[in-house]
Design a protein around this ligand. Structure first.
Ligand code: FAD
Length: 265
């Protein structure tokens, strides 16, 4: 018979020790600073600034909510979050935030309609490459944050150490994995799900498919100028440390997707 899991602990350190004892393979794994539970979730919700969110959300140091682990695990509901947001300003001032909550709801509905399909390509890639062009294993340099890009290494470390990444960082890293490294989105999605505290098959896999272009009209990609603008205050974005991205969108499209009708047609 399985031993009953302990649920009450003297403090967080005791909880961490207990989990480490249950999972010796995690002995050296970093512990996220994000604290679980309703009290922590409610405190996070109380800090919501849905108005500032609209103008700053794309910046890595913007007024994002950090609510995703609590929403993902049902500790804070989408409904109470939406209700609080719409009290914070006129509809136009808070609509961006409410739209993002709607994305979560949309992805969940697609997932619940066909849970078995969540690891399959919804449509073909529009990158000019077929699905079998993409490698199925994530290379070690990505797993270990030793890629040629300092910004990507920063995001990978943050993902592993904290279990959280800003939405824009997720888009950059997902695009790097799929479009620069030619790795199937499924391998990137699996890596994210292993580390994200908000890891969710619907939001994660369908967002990956949006980046990859198997659930959108064209692939998402970025250049150094965009990376520096939105991530430069947080991540190391110097050109000499991120040479793969240092070009115009047209030049990058020609290099990354030379056969794509969606981009070059
Ligand atoms: C490649 C990739 C993988 C992702 N994987 C996950 C995942 O596993 N789990 C997850 O919850 N979200 C995922 N997202 C969506 C989004 O990045 C996170 O929900 C958001 O960054 C979490 O931070 P936050 O709570 O500060 O969000 P905020 O920007 O403050 O948004 C508020 C809430 O709205 C929801 N939300 C915001 N943006 C999105 C979005 N694009 N799609 C769906 N819901 C959204 C989340 O519940 C979030 O907590 C992923 C996005 C990408 C591009």
């Amino acid at each position: 018979m399985m031993e009953k899991l302990q649920k009450i602990f003297a403090d967080r350190a005791a909880l961490i020790d207990y989990v480490r004892a249950l999972s010796p393979e995690l002995a050296d794994a970093p512990v996220s600073q994000t604290v679980g539970g309703r009290q922590a979730g409610a405190a996070r919700l109380a800090q919501l600034d849905a108005q500032s969110y609209g103008s700053s959300r794309n910046y890595l140091d913007g007024a994002v909510s950090y609510l995703s682990p609590y929403i993902r695990h049902g500790i804070v509901t989408l409904n109470e979050t939406r209700n609080l947001a719409i009290q914070q300003g006129a509809p136009k001032q808070v609509e961006k935030f409410v739209q993002e909550l709607a994305w979560r709801d949309f992805w969940q509905r697609i997932y619940h309609q066909s849970p078995a399909k969540i690891w399959r390509d919804i449509e073909p890639y529009k990158t000019g490459y077929s699905a079998d062009h993409y490698a199925t294993e994530l290379p070690e340099d990505i797993r270990q944050a030793r890629t040629p890009s300092a910004a990507m290494n920063f995001f990978i470390k943050q993902l592993i150490d904290t279990g959280y990444l800003h939405n824009h960082a997720r888009m950059y890293l997902a695009a790097y994995i799929v479009h620069w490294r030619h790795i199937a989105w499924q391998a990137g999605a699996q890596f994210f799900l292993t580390h994200l505290l908000d890891g969710d098959p619907a939001s994660n896999n369908l967002s990956f498919q949006w980046v990859a272009s198997t659930f959108s009209n064209k692939p998402y990609f970025f250049n150094l100028e965009n990376l520096q603008k939105f991530a430069g205050s947080v991540a190391p974005c110097a050109a000499h440390d991120n040479v793969d991205f240092d070009d115009s969108y047209d030049a990058l499209a020609a290099r990354l997707f030379p056969h794509s009708e969606a981009l070059n047609g």
